[in-house]
Design a protein around this ligand. Structure first.
Ligand SMILES: Cc1cc2nc3c(=O)[nH]c(=O)nc-3n(C[C@H](O)[C@H](O)[C@H](O)COP(=O)(O)O)c2cc1C
Length: 325
């Protein structure tokens, strides 16, 4: 399959693995890229710019295919060394950067000057248009279904993707709720040039996270995610657990007066414990509604091959048979 996204990034299949905190290490990024998609290292999971440089070089040792680095601009407890991360990306010869969160205008000129393609992930048409205006090469349109931060507009992809198609000139991929060939073909039908997946790639053999996390995703249904931090206007879709119930109880009691400190124990610094130690109930961690469509733990190659061959069958056979003579 050839689309504007495969051409832009020099990849075989229009499938991207989105940056994921404490999931997007070199092992996963390389596995996705080796399977013909675009794997992504999560920049901010690396504590320093030097650590990111090492991670990029580890990934390069595992694949000769293009891979991306994610730079997220969200409210964080500490203030990351963005100039240092950008330097590591440029010096590491990375060809694609996925930006997310706030407007990436502060890093964009440096990345563009280095010939790096930038795909900005955003949750609204107005932010996608802004990304286009400031010179991003593509956008990831992240619907309300998504794991992580869906924004505050709550527009699902059945509406958001065709709206984006109507407005954008640069290519875009769907993001949020994507799991299989049906997702890919539907995304293409709505004007996207490919799809970005997060939660689906966590439940793969190569995702370097604890087996408990993968099992929790396979066990979860589409009813098992919750939205937290809405009163802080930093909404996050997470898998429900006891810690999430505690956060929701605080938010229900305090409403708009909820402060980050009120919930920090259940949301701050929990990722290493969840992803590395497998303590899936210790705090809140991102997970998409798409968990309801995830029933196995394939390799990235098996997953991507399955998506591409089933997409081919949907397009040629299912749709082919529907066309009336
Ligand atoms: C555990 C987890 C951590 C994530 N961390 C980040 C992150 O650090 N930066 C970012 O831009 N997106 C992050 N995301 C969002 C994903 O890149 C992707 O946009 C999202 O998962 C798509 O929705 P899906 O899970 O329904 O596929 C994260 C998602 C998950 C599930």
């Amino acid at each position: 399959m050839r689309t504007r996204i495969t051409d832009l990034f020099g990849i075989q299949h229009p499938i991207i693995q989105g940056g994921m905190h404490f999931v997007g290490f070199a092992e996963l990024a390389a596995a996705v890229s080796n399977a013909g998609g675009l794997g992504t290292i999560t920049g901010l999971t690396q504590r320093t710019a030097g650590d990111l440089a090492n991670e990029i070089s580890r990934c390069r040792d595992m694949t000769d295919k293009p891979f991306a680095v994610n730079l997220t601009f969200l409210p964080t407890v500490s203030s990351p060394d963005y100039p240092g991360y950008v330097k590591a990306i440029i010096e590491g010869g990375v060809t694609v950067v996925e930006t997310a969160g706030r407007n990436p205008v502060q890093v964009l000129p440096h990345l563009k000057d280095a010939g790096i393609k930038v795909i900005h992930k955003c949750t609204s048409v107005r932010h996608a248009l802004k990304a286009q205006d400031i010179g991003c090469d593509a956008v990831s349109v992240d619907g309300f279904e998504c794991g992580g931060h869906p924004g505050e507009d709550d527009i699902p992809n059945m509406i958001l993707l065709p709206r984006a198609a109507d407005e954008l000139e640069i290519p875009f991929v769907s993001s949020g709720g994507q799991a299989d060939a049906r997702s890919l073909v539907a995304s293409l039908a709505m004007g996207a040039e490919g799809m970005n997946m997060g939660t689906r790639f966590m439940a793969t053999v190569e995702a370097p996270i604890h087996q408990n996390v993968k099992n929790a995703i396979v066990a979860a249904t589409e009813l098992d995610t919750r939205l937290i931090m809405r009163p802080l206007r930093n909404t996050e879709r997470v898998l429900n657990n006891a810690a999430v119930e505690r956060v929701l109880a605080v938010e229900a009691a305090k409403g708009a007066a909820t402060a980050f400190e009120d919930i920090a124990a259940d949301v701050a610094g929990v990722y290493p414990k969840v992803m590395m130690d497998g303590d899936v109930d210790v705090g809140a961690w991102s997970c998409g509604m798409v968990a309801g469509l995830i029933h196995d733990i394939p390799t990235c190659q098996q997953l991507i091959d399955r998506i591409m061959s089933e997409a081919d069958a949907i397009i040629r056979e299912r749709f082919g048979h529907m066309i009336a003579d």
